[in-house]
Design a protein around this ligand. Structure first.
Ligand SMILES: C[S@@+](CC[C@H](N)C(=O)[O-])C[C@H]1O[C@@H](n2cnc3c(N)ncnc32)[C@H](O)[C@@H]1O
Length: 467
């Protein structure tokens, strides 16, 4: 009998990850054994295969099926051998231009508007290379990505090459019914992440009169059109009091998830908020965690459908009564060879000027220090994902961090913390192996235990999940 890969399955090989497959619209690839991979490469409708236990298991796993007359593999499904290292995703600032000039923007170090963006030739080249490198998912960001004159063509280019738009970061001001309809026609609805920085505080932080109304209309429209919406909300000393009311509103609109992010000490924000609060407007880490706990206690006291993600602290889903603490305790899964940031390792972050950076939060630091790890416009993506400075930085292991930072390496919490967030560590110590003080406070001040207590004392059967 002849067999076919199921239509949502594509076979991929990378340097060091030779046997893997993608499930369509699932960001990360899954590993296979050599035998499984080789058998699946024969599931193309043209090879006669003997029945076997392995084949039965692959069918059971949903990877292949007996073929029917006329079935054909799509180009996307066919085995693709990539010479570069495994990267399933790209976080791409297609433009740095923005129609807002937010007071806190980490992309800009002064008050000037940014102006770089990918030209048509440059984005076409990047998409071509992304396909060759076995990239699957894209997050588009900016600047305001929807301001890019080729925004829709870029989306179409991503989808026509078998990749997909996974997430769109936007201020929502350019979302229209027509654009959403066009996006729908691509056959996949991305997660639309709309920024909303607190009820009656949004216009101020966004430096734009009417921004709140615009964002609320965009959120409502996306939900009406069936798109999943995640709201991204900055929290700082001037707006933490309205977070609960903001969450109530977002939940009532049908938002899937609200992510609350501590506004970080970006140069522009430090400048703009300097005179507004004694000691600056950023919440200290203790204030941030204490806020997060108080917010959580109040939020879970009433029923809500919307999930909450308090950045690098706590995530929970009231509909499932589950929560995850951040950072995850890797426990017995700890290995010295783990990368210092698992998020960065799988997702190449590309700035509007073409520079690759470990993550977008770090882009300001790298720009300021003129530290260039590579540029997709001049070097090409494939080269950067094959070897060189970017790859070396992104593959830095927790073992190397422990060797270079004795304080972290000898800490009782190192296996759980693994040095914390590199973006925070770097921003506050100027050292790529520097300790992330937010995690020292988190572990030594007992916030893990305190967060467990919130759920245990809530009277519901909340269960902790590890990832
Ligand atoms: C740079 S914007 C680009 C996408 C889009 N223009 C938007 O407004 O969402 C992406 C996200 O970064 C967040 N952001 C910018 N500066 C920040 C800072 N200093 N601290 C924390 N988040 C920041 C924004 O609030 C926004 O949610």
């Amino acid at each position: 009998m002849k067999y076919m890969l199921n239509p949502c399955i594509a076979l991929r090989s990378w340097k060091l990850v030779p046997y893997a497959y993608y499930i369509k619209y699932n960001r990360n690839a899954q590993g296979l054994t050599k035998e499984e991979f080789e058998l699946l490469t024969l599931c193309d409708g043209s090879h006669e295969l003997k029945e076997s236990e392995l084949l039965r298991l692959l069918i059971e796993k949903g990877l292949c099926h007996p073929s029917t007359e006329g079935e054909q593999l799509s180009d996307w499904q066919k085995p693709l051998a990539c010479e570069n290292r495994y990267f399933p995703a790209i976080n791409w600032a297609i433009t740095s231009k923005c129609n807002y000039n937010c007071l806190h923007c980490f992309n800009a170090s002064d008050q000037k508007q940014l102006v770089t963006e990918f030209s048509k030739a440059e984005w076409e080249q990047l998409l071509l290379e992304a396909q060759v490198c076995g990239i699957h998912a894209f997050t588009l960001t900016g600047g305001e990505p929807m301001l890019h004159p080729d925004f829709l063509d870029i989306l179409k280019g991503i989808h026509s090459r078998g990749m997909y738009l996974d997430e769109l970061n936007t201020n929502g001001s350019l979302i229209t019914e027509e654009i959403l309809d066009e996006m729908k026609q691509l056959g996949y609805k991305p997660l639309i992440k709309i920024s909303f920085d607190g009820l009656d505080h949004h216009d101020w932080l966004r430096n734009q009169k009417g921004a709140q109304e615009t964002a609320l209309s965009a959120i409502t429209l996306c939900i009406q059109k069936g798109f999943p919406v995640k709201v991204q909300t900055n929290v700082h000393r001037l707006n933490w009091q309205v977070m609960l009311a903001t969450a109530e509103l977002m939940d009532s609109l049908g938002v899937l998830e609200m992510r609350i992010i501590r506004t970080t000490e970006a140069p522009r924000w430090v400048k703009n908020s300097h005179d507004l609060c004694e000691g600056g407007a950023c919440l200290s880490f203790e204030e941030y965690y204490d806020f997060g706990m108080e917010f959580t206690r109040e939020y879970i006291a009433k029923p809500h459908r919307m999930k909450i993600d308090i950045w690098q602290f706590l995530q929970y889903d009231q509909t499932k009564l589950t929560y995850h603490k951040r950072p995850i305790d890797s426990g017995s899964a700890y290995r010295d060879s783990l990368p210092v940031c698992r998020g960065n390792r799988g997702m190449a972050a590309i700035h509007a000027n073409g520079n690759v950076v470990p993550c977008m939060q770090m882009s300001g630091y790298y720009e300021k220090h003129k530290k260039i790890l590579g540029n997709v416009k001049t070097d090409g993506l494939k080269k950067l994902l094959t070897d060189g400075d970017y790859l070396e930085e992104i593959c830095t292991t927790v073992g190397t961090l422990a060797e270079n930072n004795k304080k972290c390496g000898s800490c009782q919490y190192f296996r759980a913390c693994m040095g914390g967030c590199r973006a925070i560590g770097l921003a506050l110590t100027d050292d790529m192996f520097g300790s992330d003080p937010s995690k020292c406070i988190y572990f030594f001040n007992g916030y893990r235990e305190k967060t467990d207590a919130i759920f245990k004392n809530s009277g519901s059967m909340w269960a902790e999940q590890q990832n």
